[in-house]
Design a protein around this ligand. Structure first.
Ligand SMILES: [Zn+2]
Length: 74
């Protein structure tokens, strides 16, 4: 028997982190909330949706995550 429920639970287990991200529009490093999708073998970081660059007001969806600053969820 295969346990599909286990895979779904892993996908839902995302953490919100504070990180420094690189804005490709104004080429500056700014702080933003990022979501960490921890799948064990592949830890992927994405900028949380709906955020804007404080410098140029561009959407940060395409920004690169550089460094994690802290954990918002403790
Ligand atoms: Zn920017």
């Amino acid at each position: 028997m295969r346990k599909l429920e286990r895979n779904m639970a892993t996908l839902l287990e995302s953490k919100v982190l504070r990180a420094r991200v690189y804005c490709p529009i104004c080429t500056r490093t700014v702080e933003a909330d990022v979501v960490s999708l921890d799948r064990g073998w592949n830890r992927k970081m994405r900028v949380a949706e709906g955020q804007k660059c404080p410098r140029c007001s561009a959407a940060l969806d395409a920004a690169y995550v550089l460094d994690v600053v802290g954990n918002l969820n403790g």
